[in-house]
Design a protein around this ligand. Structure first.
Ligand code: HEM
Length: 424
C-alpha cells in the first residue's frame, strides 16, 4: 500500500502509544470493547470543543446565560458546538464507568496493574468533577439548583462540612464567586491534571506489556499497523460521526436563567449524583455523605491489595462460579435495595418509634445495619453454595454496591416527583 505523508504521521503518532507487535487476543473487540481508547478520544473532542466554546462564553453571573443563548441562536454552528461538548461530557462519564467495569470484571487490576487501578480511580474522580464543574456554567435553573443541592450536601460532612461547602461556593450560597471558581477548575486545573494523570495511565499500560489476555500461553503476535490501528481509526471515525448526528438531533438542556429565589420542584442533583441524593432520603447525612462513601472508597482502593487471592488474570469473572456470584449478587441487590427504599420510606420509622435515641443512631446506624447484616448473610451463603473464592466474594460485594447505587439512581431520577415523593 502507498502511504501518504499524513498517513505516515498518524501511524507514527499511534505507534507511540502502542508496541510494534501485538497479541491477537489483545485486539479482539470483546477484550476491551475499545472503551479506554473511546474515553481518550472523547477527552480530545471535549478539549477541542471546549477551546472553541471559550471564544463566546462569558463567566459572569450577568452574562453567562446570555452568552449561551447567543451561542445557540446567533453563532454559526453554535448550537451544534454546545451539543457536542455537552454529549461528549456525558458520554465520557458513562464510558469511563464502563471501562472501570471492564477492567474490574476481567481481572485486570491485580499485581503489576494495581498502580493503574489507583490512577484510574483518580481519573474517574477527575472525570466526574470536570462534568460537575461544567454543569454550572450555563447558569440556568437546572444547573444553579443542581449545584446548590450538591454543595448543600457537602455541609453535612462532620466538622469540616460547613467550611468545605463555603470554600467550594465562595460564600454561603451559590453566586458569581462559585461560577468563577467552577470556570477556572473546569477550563484550567482539571484538564491539566487529567492530561498529566492520563499520560501516566497510558504509560503504565505499556509498562505492563499491554492489556490482559485470557490465555498468555497462546501468544500469536501480529503487526500493530494495520491490525490494530485500522480498527482504531474505524471506531474513532464512526464515533465522531455518531456524535455529530446525535448532537444535530438532540439539544443539551437549557432552562430559564438561574433564579435564586425560585427553586424548581423537585430540585434534583445531576444524574450521576442522584444515588447520593436518594441515599440521603433514607439515611442520616453524616452516614450518607461521609461514612458510607469513605468506606466504599477505601474498599475500592484496597481491592487489588487483598492477600491470599486466587486470580485468573484476564479471565472474565475469574471462573464459572465467579459468573454465578455476579449474577446472584445483581439479583439480590436489585430486589433488596428496592425493598429497603420502600421499607424505609413507608414502614421503618425508627426515629418516630424511638424519639429518645439520637438521630445519628436511628437514621444512620440502624439503616446501615439493616443493609449490612443480610448482605453478610448473602455473601456467606454464596461462599458455601457456589464454592466462591476470595476474589469472587470481593466481586460479589462490588456488584452489590454498584447495583445498589444504580437502583437508587434510577429510583431518584425516574420515580420521584414533586417534593421528591415516590410515585409508587
Ligand atoms: C478518561 C478516562 C480513561 C482513559 C482515557 C483510559 C484509557 C485506558 C486505555 C487506552 C487502556 C488500554 C486499553 C483498554 O483497556 O481499553 C486502559 C487500561 C486500563 N485502565 Fe483506563 N482509562 C480511563 C479511566 C480508567 C479508570 C477510571 C480506571 C479504574 C478505576 C482505569 C483502569 C485501567 C486499568 C486497570 C487498565 C489496564 C487494563 C488491562 O491491562 O487489561 N482506567 N485505560
Amino acid at each position: 500500500m502507498n502511504n501518504t505523508g499524513t498517513q505516515k504521521a498518524i501511524t507514527r503518532l499511534l505507534l507511540h502509544l502502542h508496541p510494534k507487535k501485538i497479541d491477537v487476543q489483545a485486539i479482539k473487540y470483546t477484550r476491551t470493547f475499545g472503551l479506554g481508547g473511546i474515553a481518550a478520544l472523547l477527552f480530545v473532542l471535549l478539549f477541542i470543543t471546549g477551546l472553541l466554546l471559550r471564544f463566546v462564553y462569558v463567566p459572569s453571573e450577568k452574562e453567562a446565560y446570555n452568552s449561551i443563548v447567543y451561542l445557540q441562536n446567533d453563532v454559526l454552528f453554535g448550537q451544534l458546538l454546545r451539543n457536542m461538548h455537552y454529549w461528549c461530557g456525558m458520554m465520557l462519564v458513562i464510558v469511563s464507568f464502563l471501562h472501570v467495569i471492564r477492567v474490574f470484571y476481567s481481572q485486570s487490576i491485580y499485581f503489576e496493574r494495581r498502580k493503574n487501578w489507583l490512577y484510574g480511580l483518580l481519573i474517574m474522580f477527575l472525570v466526574i468533577m470536570s462534568n460537575f464543574t461544567g454543569y454550572l456554567l450555563p447558569w440556568d435553573q437546572l444547573s444553579f439548583w443542581a449545584v446548590t443541592i450538591m454543595t448543600n450536601m457537602l455541609s453535612y460532612i462532620p466538622i469540616i462540612g460547613d467550611g468545605l461547602a463555603s470554600l467550594v461556593r465562595g460564600g454561603s450560597e451559590v453566586n458569581e464567586g462559585t461560577l468563577l471558581r467552577f470556570y477556572h477548575f473546569h477550563t484550567g486545573l482539571l484538564p491539566i491534571l487529567m492530561v498529566f494523570i492520563m499520560s501516566i495511565h497510558f504509560w503504565l499500560v505499556r509498562k505492563t506489556k499491554g492489556v490482559t489476555v485470557a490465555d498468555p500461553s497462546k501468544k500469536e503476535m501480529v503487526n500493530t499497523n494495520p491490525e490494530l490501528i485500522y480498527k482504531e481509526i474505524v471506531v474513532a471515525l464512526s464515533l465522531i460521526l455518531l456524535l455529530i448526528l446525535f448532537s444535530m438531533a438532540v439539544d443539551g438542556p437549557l432552562l430559564g436563567k438561574a433564579n435564586p429565589l425560585e427553586s424548581p420542584n423537585p430540585s434534583k442533583a445531576p444524574w450521576y449524583f442522584m444515588g447520593f441524593q436518594e441515599l440521603l432520603l433514607h439515611m442520616h447525612p453524616g452516614f450518607g455523605i461521609f461514612i458510607v462513601p469513605v468506606l466504599v472508597t477505601v474498599f475500592l482502593i484496597y481491592i487489588p491489595y487483598f492477600k491470599n487471592i486466587e486470580v485468573n488474570v484476564g479471565t472474565w469473572f475469574n471462573s464459572k462460579s465467579g459468573k454465578q456470584v455476579v449474577l446472584w449478587s445483581t439479583i439480590y441487590a436489585i430486589i433488596f435495595t428496592f425493598a429497603l427504599v420502600i421499607g424505609t420510606e413507608y414502614i421503618f420509622k425508627f426515629q418516630a418509634w424511638l424519639p429518645d435515641i439520637p438521630v445519628l443512631i436511628t437514621t444512620g446506624l440502624f439503616p446501615l445495619i439493616i443493609y449490612i447484616v443480610p448482605t453478610y448473610g448473602f455473601i456467606y451463603l454464596v461462599k458455601n453454595k457456589l464454592q466462591a473464592n476470595r476474589v469472587e466474594l470481593i466481586m460479589g460485594l462490588v456488584t452489590i454496591l454498584l447495583t445498589a447505587y444504580l437502583v437508587m439512581t434510577a429510583i431518584g431520577s425516574l420515580m420521584r416527583g414533586e417534593g421528591m415523593h415516590l410515585f409508587v
